[in-house]
Design a protein around this ligand. Structure first.
Ligand code: MN
Length: 132
C-alpha cells in the first residue's frame, strides 16, 4: 500500500511540483487548496504526513496546525511547514505550534524526498514512537 501524503497548498504550481515529485517516488498524494478543506481531508483519509503551506485562504497554516494538534485523531500526524526563505519568522511560529519541521519553498526536486522522509514515521512504528 502506498504511503499517503496530504499537501495543503493554494499555489497551483507549488502543489503540482510537490505532487509530481512525490508520485514519482511512489507516494499517494491528496491535496487541498485551503486550510479548512485540508483538515477535512486529513480526517477522512488519515495521511502519513501533511505538507502545509502557511499563507492559505480561509485558515492560514498556523491556524491549521493548531487545529490539527487539538484533534486526537490528527494530533499524531507529522506536519511539515513549507515556507518561503524570506519568511524565517514563520518557521519558529510553526514549530512552536507543533510542526515537525519545515521545508524551504520553492522546493528543490533533488532533495525534496529526503526532506519529506526525515519526517515520516518509520514503517511499523506506533504513533508517537517515531522519534529516535
Ligand atoms: Mn500560499
Amino acid at each position: 500500500m502506498k504511503t499517503k501524503v496530504l499537501i495543503i497548498e493554494d499555489n497551483e504550481q507549488s502543489q503540482y511540483l510537490a505532487t509530481f515529485v512525490l508520485e514519482r517516488n511512489g507516494y499517494e498524494v491528496i491535496s487541498a487548496g485551503d486550510g479548512r478543506t485540508g483538515i477535512d481531508l486529513a480526517e477522512q483519509s488519515n495521511p502519513a504526513l501533511v505538507l502545509l503551506d502557511i499563507q492559505l485562504p480561509i485558515m492560514d497554516g498556523y491556524a491549521v496546525v493548531s487545529a490539527m494538534k487539538k484533534k486526537p485523531m490528527l494530533a499524531q500526524i507529522p506536519i511539515v511547514a513549507v515556507t518561503s526563505c524570506a519568511m524565517s519568522g514563520d518557521r519558529e511560529r510553526m514549530l512552536n505550534a507543533g510542526c515537525s519541521g519545515y521545508i524551504e519553498k520553492p522546493i528543490n526536486p533533488e532533495t525534496f524526498i529526503q526532506e519529506v522522509e526525515r519526517h515520516l514515521p518509520r514503517p511499523g512504528a506506533s504513533p508517537g514512537e517515531n522519534n529516535e
